[in-house]
Design a protein around this ligand. Structure first.
Ligand code: PML
Length: 260
């Protein structure tokens, strides 16, 4: 039997009472792995570069096996960019290649860069106008209930690409789930962790890492999902937030440095 294990931590009290978000993590694991997962999550909450949490919320729930959806991991590539400007230009180009209009791509960059506070979840943006389509305000849409089906195989894929960082490990899983959803065309993301400037664009054909999408020491980060304007938002949000998804690692995944 599999279990969903989730952690969210804050400083200055619970999130609901105004505490500052420090970190979050989730796994889908066997019963024997629960304790080890919880321990790793607690360590993460106490040792995060955003601060030491004074509030930690843990949730453990059994998952009904019949409800699990299995999907393929997105192939990983890295685009060339040595400044934030060239990184954001590369992101716009990749979003346009994915089917997002130039206006919507630029608007997505502007909306992420203009956040006064990082969002915990993602914005849903129209892929034609860039207009915000969800009503989740600062909370955003929280993609949840996902993990890899075979962790050792996934670690091997990442190791073969020279990618050992936890940011990549978790982001590829999240991006793979997002791209498996009906109505989603592309995703743009960069981290709110101060020293992590690499972000990505994901679309149905891959996960494209971009080395500089924000400046060093900027606390600003978030995610934007570009969706077809006629998408049923309620169905999409329910899939992203609630459906348990396990990602099958791709053995022959690409991890090349490419220019487009
Ligand atoms: C996050 O912190 O949630 C965003 C992580 C972006 C990872 C980009 C990468 O290195 O591939």
């Amino acid at each position: 039997m599999l279990y969903s294990v989730k952690m969210r931590s804050a400083k200055g009290g619970a999130h609901e009472l105004g505490g500052k978000h420090i970190s979050g993590a989730e796994r889908i694991v066997n019963q024997e792995e629960i304790e080890r997962s919880v321990q790793a999550m607690i360590e993460r909450a106490f040792q995060h570069e955003r601060g030491c949490a004074d509030f930690i919320n843990l949730k453990i729930e059994q998952i009904v096996p019949q409800n699990i959806v299995y999907i393929r991991q997105l192939a990983i590539s890295t685009l060339a960019a040595d400044t934030m400007l060239s990184g954001r230009n590369a992101a716009v180009e990749k979003l346009i290649n994915s089917g997002v209009t130039k206006a919507a791509a630029l608007s997505g960059i502007e909306q992420l860069a203009g956040l006064s506070e990082s969002m915990h979840g993602a914005m849903l943006l129209s892929s034609t106008t860039g207009q915000r389509l969800d009503a989740a305000a600062q909370r955003g849409i929280r993609v949840s209930n996902m993990d890899v089906a075979d962790l050792p195989a996934y670690r091997m894929v990442l190791r073969n690409c020279g990618l050992l960082d936890m940011h990549v490990r978790e982001a590829v899983v999240l991006a793979s789930k997002v791209q498996s959803a009906a109505g989603v065309i592309a995703e743009l993301c960069w981290s709110d962790d101060l020293t992590y400037t690499t972000g990505y664009v994901a679309n149905k054909s891959g996960y494209y890492r971009i080395p500089h999408l924000k400046l060093l020491n900027s606390p600003n980060g978030g995610r934007a999902f570009f969706i077809k304007p006629d998408t049923n938002i309620e169905v999409l949000v329910s899939y992203l937030e609630n459906t348990p998804v396990l990602i099958r690692p791709q053995e022959k995944v690409g991890c090349n440095l490419c220019k487009n």
